[in-house]
Ligand binder design. Structure first.
Ligand code: CA
Length: 226
């Protein structure tokens, strides 16, 4: 297993690299974002451990560029930044896990091993169902090449539905995923939003992708590309 460690703090990088070597991993170390990106896009790594605050090129930017070329390599972010906004931002940009400094080597090792067990992940940011496509990064939705403008709730609902295309989703599941657990409103909120979605996503097109499953909830069919 070959790992890439992108970290500018020498103390941290040598301590991590030594620990990983003792666990029989082959470890390359890059001391800045630029060289980290070069290595990550030149060689095949089983995992990248990436610091965020890096000279030359910020870790978030390194991650973004790695993802445009290699969607599959697992990336573990190592950082002193630990606000929720940072975490959400980096997960959206394609990080697989997150470890806040200072950390114990044992915890890093557990996470590294878990990511390696999981292996390469296919995570194209674009999800397609029939001629409908949704880009999770830009949050753009198109159908037959035509841009569809959605409110943020409509977008979340559509993302959940098409990420689970072919599965029947109950109203309760939808409420829990899209409105979060604390939502205690009436579940017909789902029906209301599905109706909004249909007007934008299905009504103008011949093939209807959103189907009602009576007494249960909704499903999105796989559809045929057009
Ligand atoms: Ca740093």
């Amino acid at each position: 297993m070959r790992l890439l460690l992108v970290e500018d703090e020498k103390k941290v990088s040598s301590f991590v690299a030594r620990g990983l070597a003792e666990e029989r991993f082959a470890v390359d170390v890059a001391p800045d974002g630029q060289s980290g990106l070069e290595l990550a896009t030149t060689y095949h790594y089983d995992l990248v451990i990436l610091d965020l605050m890096l000279p030359k090129l910020d870790g978030s930017e390194v991650l973004r560029r790695i993802r445009t070329q290699n969607a599959q390599v697992p990336v573990l972010i190592l950082t002193a930044r630990d606000t929720v906004a940072d975490k959400v931002g980096n997960f959206e940009a394609g990080a697989d896990d997150y470890l806040t400094k200072p950390f114990a080597f044992a915890e890093l090792l557990v996470r590294v091993k878990a990511l390696l067990r999981r292996g390469p992940v296919s995570r194209s940011s674009v999800v397609r169902v029939g001629d409908l496509e949704l880009d999770r990064l830009s949050q753009l939705v198109r159908r037959s090449g035509r841009r569809i403008d959605l409110t943020s709730k409509e977008y979340s609902l559509l993302e959940y539905l098409i990420s689970n295309a072919g599965r029947v989703l109950s109203r309760t599941m939808i409420v829990e995923h899209v409105w979060d657990q604390s939502f205690n409103g009436v579940t017909n909120i789902v029906d209301v939003y599905v109706r909004h979605l249909r007007i934008k996503v299905d009504d103008p097109f011949e093939q209807k992708l959103i189907r009602t499953v009576r007494g249960v909830g909704y499903t999105v069919i796989q559809g045929t590309p057009q």
